[in-house]
Design a protein around this ligand. Structure first.
Ligand SMILES: [Zn+2]
Length: 179
């Protein structure tokens, strides 16, 4: 059986060589070993690069997380501040409403007092009018009962003004007509 040799190029040093098997890739065992070492070095370098890349990604992720956390904390602080302010506003409104209610109640009490005062004044007016009417009735009765108008006139003036007034029979006539 004739062994056919194939001309190939070494996968490591790129030199031309005669391959006894179609699957041969290297010109020598040395090149095979060197290629193996190089492949392992490349794989390690690639793994290192990937690890570094991963590390960088993680770092970026951490930074992004930290920023997000800071933003969220800031937003939360702002929200709490708003809530606090809203609570203060609510309390102020409550206080104002309570004060308004109190003012309204005071006003009702004042109105009631005013109404009472007015009623008292009316009662007094009615009492005064009644007293005045009774006084007039008594005057008429006195006039009827007594013939001497001159004496009566003095009496009437005393009654009305609380002091004696000089008078005569003509004036007393006029005065009594007015009564
Ligand atoms: Zn070689």
């Amino acid at each position: 059986m004739i062994k056919r040799e194939i001309i190939k190029y070494c996968a490591h040093c790129n030199d031309q060589f005669s391959a006894s098997r179609p699957t041969a890739s290297f010109c020598s065992n040395t090149c095979r070993t060197k290629a193996c070492v190089k492949r392992k070095q490349d794989e390690r370098a690639k793994a290192d690069l990937e690890a570094q890349h991963l590390q960088e990604q993680l770092q970026l992720q951490l930074i992004a997380d930290a920023r997000r956390l800071k933003r969220e904390q800031k937003a939360e602080l702002k929200r709490q501040e708003h809530e606090k302010q809203a609570e203060i506003d609510r309390q102020a409104q409550d206080s104002k409403r309570i004060q308004d209610d109190k003012d309204a109640a005071d006003l009702v009490i004042k109105d009631q007092k005013d109404a009472d005062d007015i009623q008292k004044l009316k009662d007094k007016q009615i009492a005064d009018e009644k007293q005045s009417r009774e006084g007039k009735e008594r005057m008429k009765k006195l006039i009827k009962d007594h013939k001497d108008k001159n004496i009566l006139a003095v009496f009437v003036n005393d009654f009305i003004h609380g002091a004696p007034v000089e008078t005569d029979s003509n004036n007393t006539d006029h005065f009594f007509i007015q009564l």
